[in-house]
Each structure stands twice: as C-alpha cells, then as structure tokens.
Design a protein around this ligand. Structure first.
Ligand code: GCO
Length: 255
C-alpha cells in the first residue's frame, strides 16, 4: 500500500502537555494521520480521560503522566519507553504555561517557573529523545513557539523570553542533530481559542484587539495547527530544519 508523503503510519509520537488545548488537538490530528500516540500531562485523571476519548475513536494511545520540569521523571519515562520497546519517532515539545504580570511586580520564582516549563523542559525532553534518535539516524522534533517567539507583548516577559528561546533552541537542535537525519522545527501559534487564553477571549477589549490586529480578523482554532504539525512530522519535511512556521492568521507579518 503506498503511503502518502504526509502519512504518519507506523510512527510513534510523544506530545508533551497533550491532555488538552493545542497539545490535544495536535495529538488528535497526528493520530488521524496514522501515528501511535504517547500522551503526556501532569494530571493523571485528565490525561487518562483524554486518552480514553482518543481510543474511542480507534486510535492507538498510551498515556504517561510525568512533569516535564522534573528531569529525573523525564529520564525515567524514556527508560520506561526503552524497556517497553517504544521508539519515539516524533517529539512535540508542547507543554507550557502562561503567567501574566508586569516585570516590576514579577517574583523571580515565577520567572524561573515559566522559563523552566516553556523552554528548559523542551531541552531536557529533546535531549532524551535525541539520544535515542541519533543511533536510529532519524527523528522529528517539533517545538511549540508563539507569536512571542518574534514579538513582545507587555506583561508576558518570561513567556516571551522562553518562546524566543524556543526559536533559537530549534536552530541549536538543527546545528547538532540535522547530520543525524533529525529535523527540528517549530510552530508559532497565533492567538488561539484555548483554555490558556480564556481570560483574554472573555475580555471584550482584548478580543477586539486580536480581531483588529490579526489580518485574518479572528482568533485561531487549535485544530488549525494540525496541518503544519503533520507536515513537520512527516516525510514531506525531510529537508526542512531550524524553521519556525507561524500559524497566526498573518499577525506576525503585518503591522
Ligand atoms: C498572551 C497570550 C499569547 C498567546 C500566544 C500568542 O497573553 O499574549 O497568552 O502568548 O497565547 O502565545 O502566540
């Protein structure tokens, strides 16, 4: 049977932070493209419920609850994959948090928490995945960035710095891993309709600003990331690395 260039059949995808939001939507789309899913989250109950929903759709799904900020837990999870013969072909570093506060009021421990969750975890999980991808001489890493990988907005400094770091970490991964046929790329979502943004969506003036500032004139839907995620996870992107693709209704490109 010929598989399309965009098929993920026979591939295993680990998506961090995939109980809900963008991570869940990307996982669902990758499963529909044929991938076996390794879901991840910190809330066991929510993770198992999400896995059950996807299994009901006939998808092959395993759930692994661990905190991507806990290096020992990440190492243990990958050792568990090794012991079970699970090979991670595709890694989506999606786990992240948002924390909105002006810098002059921002506690250092909150700064550190956002940087750890949104940036350092992508390095740690990426390192553990690459240790296994390099001997196999193949792999796909997709880091989830943001509009703030490119542009700053007041009150989200640690998120902005972390997501800017994601853009450069993606290039650093390319510098060291492209020679091993590992393609590392990033997706920069625009303003998406997610739980993390609910406070913004519910704010009439912010909602109006997003609709006015976005050339497409609307918020994005999480499922609108799926096509780009599948492209970057599939054979179709075997000569693409170090890139960030903005799925943002045109926002980052237009004043
Ligand atoms: C914010 C939002 C943004 C979006 C997204 C934009 O407070 O400005 O949370 O950061 O979530 O990252 O690309």
């Amino acid at each position: 049977m010929s598989t399309s260039l965009f098929s993920l059949a026979g591939k295993t995808a680990l998506i961090t932070g995939s109980s809900r939001g963008l991570g869940y939507s990307i996982a669902e789309g990758m499963a529909a493209a044929g991938a076996r899913l390794l879901l991840n989250g910190v809330d066991e109950a929510r993770l198992q419920a999400s896995a059950a929903m996807l299994r009901e759709r006939g998808y092959q799904v395993d759930a692994f609850a661990f905190d991507v900020c806990d290096e020992a837990a990440v190492v243990k999870a990958f050792e568990s994959f090794d012991a079970q013969g699970i090979e991670v072909d595709i890694l989506v570093n999606n786990a992240g948090v948002q924390y909105r506060k002006p810098m002059v009021e921002l506690a250092t421990e909150d700064w550190r928490r956002v940087i750890e969750t949104n940036l350092t975890s992508a390095f740690v999980v990426g390192r553990e995945a690459a240790k296994r991808m390099i001997p196999r001489q193949r792999g796909k890493v997709i880091n989830i960035g943001s509009l703030t990988s490119e542009l700053a907005r007041a009150t989200v400094a640690p998120y902005t710095v972390a997501k800017g770091g994601i853009r450069m970490l993606t290039r650093a991964m390319t510098a060291e891993w492209a020679a091993h046929n590992i393609q590392a790329n990033a997706i920069g979502p625009g303003y998406m309709l997610t739980d993390m943004n609910q406070a913004l969506i519910d704010n009439p003036s912010f909602d109006a600003w997003v609709k006015g500032r976005t050339p497409a004139g609307r918020w994005g839907k999480p499922e609108e990331l799926v096509g780009t995620a599948i492209f970057l996870a599939s054979e179709a992107s075997n000569y693409v690395s170090g890139q960030i693709i903005y799925v943002d209704g045109g926002m980052v490109s237009v004043l």
